[in-house]
Write a protein that binds this ligand. Structure first.
Ligand code: SF4
Length: 334
């Protein structure tokens, strides 16, 4: 199995400062002991409600936020051990596409300038070569060459996101982190941009980490999916297994909101109640227990660990309901 990315016990917390002397009085664990791996050429979807830590995870793995502990192994190299100079060089191979293309594109810069910037930052090519590459990038994402002379405000949201994708592609990365990359777009435009991402993946052998709160979008694009809750991964599986046999009560509740074309296939899961607790003060035991319709006494005290319930489907679940279960048919599915 070739993994291009492995996260090993990755943790990112933010200190909470207080008191007269501004000392650390607490910690907010945005990403809490996450272990995940991504195969070369696949799309791993990361889903969860707002505030579950999925975007922090994306930023911590490329050290936009320095991880507090754990390791990020990218193509066999420990990313967390790199010097700033080495990191700058390696970051060419991992790029990000952000949610709001308007906010991530400098409104005072022409598209030519925006797309030339990655080459300039990494001192790649001459001015003439960069001009050629910018036009090639625009063509790759379905925009005309004349777009180079225009400014971000002259484009629609979908076109701006195409510019964002072109910028991410500029340095020919291996891995792209798509952070809510289509969430700000209309549904019809979303599908165009998703299809473009799928096409580029096939043509360039790209690997995607696709972060989104939208389970329909994640289902469409992902080969495997990891579900996060309060900074932890609670379930991970290949996409078909996760959507057909969601096993963690949180995943089941999230999927409750998905439209099902055939009502006979609708599963009767209990919808999610209440809000996500504060990550500064997470519940004891299983973090999900105050909202879980299947919580038992032990859930308040014992933290469930991720365990394999089907090796074939790469299916792991962190829930006491599946303790000892293997190969799929877990009690929690009922
Ligand atoms: Fe619910 Fe308990 Fe499973 Fe947590 S461990 S999801 S509280 S049943």
């Amino acid at each position: 199995m070739t993994y291009i990315l492995e996260l090993k016990n990755l943790t990112k917390y933010f200190p909470v400062m207080g008191g007269v002397f501004r000392r650390e009085v607490g910690r907010v664990y945005a990403v809490n002991d996450v272990t995940l791996s991504v195969k070369k050429g696949e799309t791993l979807g990361i889903v969860g409600e707002s505030g579950c830590g999925k975007s922090t995870l994306g930023r911590a793995l490329i050290r936009l936020y320095e991880p507090s502990s754990g390791q990020v192994i990218f193509d066999g190299e420990d990313f967390t051990a790199l010097s700033q100079k080495e990191l700058k060089e390696r970051r060419k191979r991992i790029q990000m596409i952000f949610q709001d293309p308007y906010a991530s594109l400098n409104p005072r810069m022409s598209i030519e300038k925006i797309l030339s910037e990655p080459f300039e930052l990494h001192d790649v090519g001459t001015k003439e070569e960069r001009q050629v590459w910018v036009r090639e990038l625009l063509e790759t994402v379905g925009l005309p060459a004349e777009a180079a002379q225009r400014y971000p405000h002259e484009f629609s949201g979908g076109q701006r996101q195409r510019v964002g994708i072109a910028r991410a592609l500029a340095l020919r990365p291996d891995l792209i982190i798509c952070d809510e990359a289509v969430s700000a777009l209309d549904v019809s435009i979303q599908s165009q941009v998703l299809n473009l991402l799928v096409q580029l993946q096939k043509e360039r052998g790209l690997t995607y980490l696709f972060i989104s709160h939208d389970l329909s979008v994640v289902k469409y694009i992902s080969d495997r999916v990891a579900v996060m809750y309060l900074g932890k991964v609670v379930e991970t599986a290949d996409a078909a297994a996760l959507y057909d046999q969601p096993t963690h009560p949180y995943t089941q509740a999230l999927l409750q909101s998905l439209p099902v074309p055939d009502p006979r296939k609708r599963k009767e899961f209990v919808p999610l109640q209440g809000d996500v607790p504060s990550p500064r003060n997470p519940p004891s035991g299983c973090f999900f227990h105050p909202r879980c319709p299947k919580a038992m006494d032990r859930c308040k005290d014992e933290e469930p660990l991720l365990q394999i319930i089907s090796a074939e489907k790469d299916h792991q679940v962190a829930c006491h309901l599946v303790d000892g279960a293997t190969h799929g048919t877990a009690e929690a599915q009922s």
